[in-house]
Design a protein around this ligand. Structure first.
Ligand code: ADP
Ligand code: MG
Length: 405
């Protein structure tokens, strides 16, 4: 059996964390499993080898680096991490080998900075595992067919881990991080957020796409397609964390029947745009969305009615979007400083009254809903950014998420 273990930046950033990392590796090894370890760069911005520190370094030195060379530089953080871990494993008498993403067989397309994995050839890893070595792979990076080093974008080490897990048919991909698992909401904003024992691939994918930064959504998609179970768990404890697996399995668990809402997620920095169409030319709607698409502005929360179109863009895209709309002569109302709060749960499918409970909870706190939308597993509400934290807290309580066992 092969286990993939991924350790995030905070898990590796100091000696105490690295001791825990060694402990988890030794435990899996003692259980007789082949182990592939995926590492992120050590630490966060300000710490010497963190990804953001490398970016700041370039920024401070003129920032004239081309995309290709930028990826070359960024890939170093994970290499330092991998070499460091190998040194510690060797000291413990554990045979090991460190590999770049490319050496590990991770082949990507050539989009520097946000490359996509196109295939994984695990042959070399399998050879090293057969020699009973722990294989330490630098996360967040790959290589093009013609040998160029690429990086996978933010959260890319999660993707490295599940892609390797899928290619190696691993029994599990363990994502070790600085919290006890996937929690019912971001613990930095909701004090009584609780770890979930089980979530489905779909639920966590939804949470991740809606802003929960605990795992990258692309990583979940890869695991889901391959049917590899993922566990999100703490580096700093021996807790089992959260098992991410098929919805059917999750539904069979205790407590599922009562679970309408699984968790909350949020995205800040959203601007709402409203364009009146009632007295404009008949193709206003078409022209609005065509122009956004042509300028690569991603739109969300779209409501189209005979009276107008209402949608959101990120604050970063807002100035361009507003300029484009006004250049076309459209009356545009702009509401910046919004946040999207998502209420997510596989169990809300067909369950009546979920929206009513959301409206009731927010109204009781005088939080205006600026817009809303829903699918069968998610309800989104747009609120003012200033209301976001209290919206999360009141919804968390309203759906009993603080009581999750
Ligand atoms: P790593 O460096 O291990 O990849 P990340 O910072 O990427 O760690 O992800 C872990 C962080 O995600 C946690 O510290 C937590 O603050 C944040 N987070 C946001 N939403 C959630 C959630 N629903 N459950 C757990 N953690 C969350
Ligand atoms: Mg992460």
């Amino acid at each position: 059996m092969i286990t993939v273990q991924k350790f995030g930046g905070t898990s590796l950033s100091d000696e105490q964390g690295r001791r825990h990392v060694l402990r988890h590796i030794s435990r899996e090894r003692a259980a007789g499993n082949g182990i592939v370890v995926v590492v992120s760069a050590m630490g966060r911005r300000g710490e010497p080898y963190a990804t953001d520190t490398l970016l700041d370094w370039i920024g401070a030195n003129g920032n004239a680096l081309a995309d290709r060379e930028r990826d070359l530089l960024l890939s170093c953080g994970e290499l330092i991490s991998a070499a460091t871990l190998c040194s510690l494993l060797t000291r413990e008498g554990i045979p090991c080998v460190a590999l770049t993403g490319g050496q590990a067989g991770i082949i990507t397309d050539g989009r520097y900075g946000f490359a996509r994995i196109v295939k994984v050839d695990p042959a070399k890893i399998l050879e090293y595992l057969a020699e009973d070595r722990v294989v330490v792979v630098a996360g967040f990076q790959g290589m093009t067919e013609d040998g160029e080093i690429t990086t996978l974008g933010r959260g890319g080490s999660d993707t490295s881990a599940t892609a390797l897990g899928a290619a190696l048919r691993a029994s599990v991909v363990d994502i070790y991080t600085d919290v006890d698992g996937i929690l019912t909401a971001d613990p930095r904003l909701v004090d009584d957020a609780r770890p979930l024992a089980f979530v489905s691939y779909e639920e966590i994918c939804n949470m991740a796409y809606n802003g929960a930064k605990v795992i990258h959504p692309r990583a979940v998609e890869i695991a889901m397609r391959a049917g590899v179970p993922v566990r999100v768990r703490s580096t700093f404890s021996d807790g089992e964390g959260t098992l991410v697996t098929h919805a059917d399995f999750v539904r069979g668990q205790n407590g599922w029947a009562d679970r309408t809402v699984t968790g909350l997620a949020h995205v800040q920095g959203v601007t709402q745009l409203a364009v009146d169409t009632l007295y404009g030319p008949s193709d206003v709607q078409l022209r609005v969305f065509r122009s956004m698409a042509k300028n690569a502005i991603s739109v969300d929360f779209i409501n189209v009615t005979p009276a107008g179109v209402l949608f959101t863009v990120s604050d970063a895209d807002a100035p361009l979007a507003v300029r484009l709309l006004r250049e076309m002569g459209f009356e545009t109302r702009v509401q910046s400083g919004c946040a999207k709060v998502s209420v997510i749960g596989g169990g809300m499918n067909g369950e009546p009254g979920v929206m009513a409970r959301i409206v009731e909870a927010l109204t009781a706190k005088n939080i205006p809903i600026l817009q809303s939308a829903d699918s069968n597993t998610t309800i989104w509400v747009l609120v003012a950014e200033d209301d976001m934290v209290s919206a999360l807290q009141v919804l968390h309580t309203a759906f009993g998420l603080h009581l999750v066992p």
